[in-house]
Design a binder for this molecule. Structure first.
Ligand code: 13P
Ligand code: SF4
Length: 368
């Protein structure tokens, strides 16, 4: 790859051959390339992707479904992943050697996954081993780097998604006395609380200060929560709930467990992306819903269910900015590169990392 091409790929700046096209021309070209590549191409799309992208997805799902679908697909040579970086890494780990996973824009990261790096994690682990000895099993939300998944796999733990967090936390508590839950404190706290773990049995590990924050006695601690969060879901507040309760008392409030504990406690229901979608699909005609999750998905649900009254729990909410990096021009650009036989933005996880990350993923997939 030439220097200009490399810079272009890294910054997401697209060539004029793409940007000069109209939306309709881009859509026609994507359709044509999909027809030409046939089963050699597979496009998984996360529910949080924009409509302009999701219309071309061969499979749409939440992070667990996309991990399962990727592991089952053995025929596509090119998997153009419409989601964020950690999902593309997971797909690469779960697919065969001959399959190339491509992320249409390298800037499509996840701010939550960035809140735990491997050096911080190793440092935390050694401090926690010093405090608690060999009593801890690590669990990581799939929203984490491959290096963290590998660390977790190496230390006997597993990955988790919002769809199976209860099952996995229950399993982990049967394996060891304590869990270290990375990197989303809210999913960890909400799940543990649902399973009956008391507030004083939970502590927070602050990776910046390198210290354990707890009100309880260290010997009582069962769940150690990494101090990370989703910058999208943290924007739903108790005030938003109070507002909806006073203006629309008939409305049911449903939120993702990446929201803060206070928000989850005050809502009517909480659950993964899949759970939210299924709940709205199965809700009676004329029912009213305030949804606390990513905006592209909420907008899609509003469009798909004109017979129900649906609003965002936070009226000023915007979509996940990094998910939104994947747009129609970037999708087309990555497909054109495949046609030109110079695929770019290939996501490759090294063998040393993928071996143990696979262990962590397998432990989850076996129980999912
Ligand atoms: P799920 O797809 O597991 O619900 O996760 C939501 C999310 O934040 C993805 O980044
Ligand atoms: Fe990451 Fe939150 Fe965006 Fe999901 S919604 S990709 S957790 S920043």
């Amino acid at each position: 790859m030439g220097l200009l091409e490399e810079l272009t790929a890294e910054t997401g700046v697209l060539p004029e051959t793409i940007t000069a096209l109209t939306k309709e021309e881009m859509e026609n070209r994507v359709r044509e390339i999909k027809r030409v590549l046939g089963k050699k191409l597979f496009i998984p799309g996360h529910h949080y992707q924009k409509d302009e992208v999701i219309q071309f997805a061969d499979a749409i799902g939440d992070s667990l479904q996309l991990a399962q679908i990727s592991s089952q697909n053995q025929e596509a040579d090119f998997i153009v992943f419409c989601g964020v970086h950690f999902m593309a890494e997971t797909a690469d780990i779960l697919t065969e050697e001959h399959q190339q996973v491509i992320l249409p824009d390298m800037r499509a990261g996840c701010s939550m996954a960035d809140m735990a790096d491997i050096f911080q994690t190793e440092k935390a682990w050694s401090s926690l081993q010093g405090l608690f000895g060999d009593t801890i099993i690590p669990l990581t939300y799939v929203n984490s780097t491959a290096a963290i998944k590998s660390f977790v796999g190496k230390n006997g733990g597993a990955t988790v998604t919002s769809s199976n967090a209860h099952k996995m936390v229950e399993w982990a508590l049967g394996e060891k006395e304590r869990i270290l839950f990375l990197p989303d404190q809210h999913l960890g706290r909400n799940t543990a609380a649902d399973l009956g773990v008391a507030k004083n049995e939970m502590a927070v590990w602050d990776p910046i200060r390198n210290e354990l924050i707890t009100d309880g006695k260290p010997e009582d601690i069962k769940v150690i929560l990494w101090k990370g969060h989703c910058s999208v879901h943290e924007n739903f507040t108790e005030k938003n709930i109070e507002q909806v309760r006073s203006t629309h008392p008939e409305m049911k409030i449903i939120v993702h467990p990446e929201c803060r504990r206070e928000v989850v406690e005050k809502s009517d229901m909480n659950g993964s992306t899949k759970f939210i979608i299924e709940t709205i699909e199965n809700a009676p005609k004329g029912s009213s819903w305030a949804i606390g999750t990513e905006m592209n998905l909420v907008k899609r649900l509003i469009g798909q269910h004109p017979d129900k009254h649906i609003i965002s729990l936070n009226p000023y909410m915007c979509p996940c900015l990094t998910m939104n990096r994947i747009d129609l021009p970037h999708l087309l650009w990555s497909l054109e590169n495949i046609i030109d036989k110079k695929p770019q933005n290939t996501i490759k996880v090294g063998k040393d990392i993928s071996h143990f990350a696979m262990l962590a993923l397998d432990r989850m997939l076996a129980r999912a």
